[in-house]
Design a protein around this ligand. Structure first.
Ligand code: UD1
Length: 428
């Protein structure tokens, strides 16, 4: 068991470098399985979910060679099984991408129902609907926690998604790139990581067009060759540091970002009173004066990302009036507000709407990270609060934020990670 201890109130200043995008990485690593040759992937974030994906590739038989801390060579030619070990698949939500990738490679896949963050019902019916449209057989009922998908031959088809789903869009893309004929995905997700996965597939010789719009056309090819590919920067990691700058009245240069991907976040922070300057691959966020109350609605890209909702909530909780957040993507993403109440946040929640009555300051308290982004929100609150906060269950946070303590420390945060031996933790 480990926790973060934060002494709040320091103004964050300086430069922070953003790592590779978690949600792109977790699809690109399984996508390597589709290649007939080795691939070199760089800008892999140093997060536990990426390590689990590499462990899964290795367990399937891929040969992995680490080139440096963010680059690996992956040789998928020796992979001979289509079954992902249960204990590894359960460790993260995105293990579902191995379904699409293995189905595309072998015409067969067996993966446990995914684990990961719990913020409401997280169905994968649209993924399965897509695989079925390509000619795969998928289970009507999940047995023993496993999903089996198989097809004699995947054949391109038109698929209209009932909801805009990042996971279903990418999974069908993975299954369709080597299918026979043309696949059209309508009502596709447009997130930057969907485009990044399509770009990676194209760099291996796939024929994917329209990624980033709501119609994606995939002409199946027989072979994919090896490629060298660098993953895009993480939009949400960058957005979280932007929120840290606003919460602490700070001044941060956030480097290695694509400013275009941050526009919906920047727009809201500007409304809150932040000054934001864009450079080619960096943004500067400066905050002087009070945080202005405003309203936020989460939407699929290019709307305000749901994965920035908890961090933005902390800022609005410190706003100069009443703010409303409407969560349009997930059913149950306000559970973290109970934790924030321990720090003095005043908010009411009714279904998908949370109303924040701004308070002048927060006070440090012991809190828990209930999921990845809820944990990020605890960190934003802890940095802004008066006094000391201890954040428990940080394994959730480390699923998605690389070197969080080191990066925050370098820009002025008073923070440390405390490792408690298991035997002590059990008796605490
Ligand atoms: C991905 C992100 C997650 C982010 C979410 C929305 C990864 C690993 N995770 O999750 O951080 O919060 O996008 O931006 O990339 N839905 C269905 N049926 C399905 C699939 C989804 O009804 O088969 C619904 C979900 O319940 C949700 C909505 O569609 O209400 C969006 O989900 P989706 O975009 O699929 O999220 P994930 O890909 O799981």
């Amino acid at each position: 068991m480990s926790k973060y201890r934060v002494q709040g109130g320091n103004r964050l200043e300086g430069t922070v470098r953003i790592g590779g995008a978690k949600n792109a990485c977790l699809a690109i690593l399984p996508a390597v399985l589709l290649s007939d040759e080795p691939c070199r992937i760089s800008n892999i974030p140093n997060i536990s979910d990426a390590l689990v994906s590499l462990d899964i590739l290795e367990a399937l038989g891929a040969r992995i060679r680490r080139i440096d801390k963010s680059t690996v060579d992956i040789d998928p030619t020796s992979v001979s099984t289509h079954e992902v070990p249960h204990d590894l698949a359960r460790q993260m939500r995105a293990s579902y991408y191995f379904l699409g990738a293995l189905l595309g490679r072998f015409g067969e896949a067996r993966v446990a129902l995914p684990g990961g963050c719990n913020f409401g019902v997280r169905p994968i019916d649209q993924h399965l609907k897509g695989f079925t449209a390509l000619g795969a057989t998928v289970p009507a009922v999940v047995t023993n926690g496993m999903i089996d998908a198989s097809a004699d031959c995947l054949i391109g088809n038109s698929i209209y998604f009932d909801v805009v789903s990042v996971g279903a869009t990418i999974n069908v893309l993975l299954a369709a790139v080597k299918a026979r004929g043309i696949t059209i995905i309508e009502n596709a997700a447009k997130e930057p990581h969907v485009v990044d996965v399509a770009n990676f597939l194209n760099s291996m010789g796939a024929d994917v067009r329209g990624a980033g719009t709501d119609v994606i056309k995939i002409c199946g090819v027989q072979h994919l060759h090896g490629a060298e590919y660098s993953i895009i920067p993480d939009q949400i990691e960058a957005g979280t540091y932007m929120a840290c700058a606003v919460a602490t009245g700070g001044d941060l240069w956030i480097e290695n970002v694509i400013p275009k991907h941050l526009e919906s976040i920047s727009a809201k922070l500007i409304e809150m009173g932040a000054e934001i300057t864009e450079a080619d691959d960096a943004v500067r966020v400066r905050m002087n004066g009070p945080i202005h109350a405003c309203n936020i609605k989460t939407m699929p890209h290019p709307g305000f990302p749901t994965d920035m909702q908890p961090q933005a909530a902390v800022l609005l909780a410190l706003g100069d009036g009443t703010s409303i957040i409407t969560e349009n993507i997930w059913d149950n993403r306000f559970r973290y507000i109970d934790e924030l109440r321990r720090m003095g946040v005043q908010a009411t929640v009714d279904g998908k709407i949370a109303v924040f009555q701004g308070v002048p300051y927060l006070s440090g308290a012991p809190v828990r990270a209930l999921d990845l982004r809820a944990g990020a929100a605890m960190m934003v609150a802890a940095l802004a609060a008066r006094g000391q906060t201890e954040i428990e269950d940080i394994h959730f946070i480390e699923r998605g934020y690389e070197n969080f303590v080191e990066k925050l420390h370098a820009i002025g945060a008073d923070i440390c990670r405390i490792d408690i031996p298991d035997a002590v933790a059990r008796h605490a």
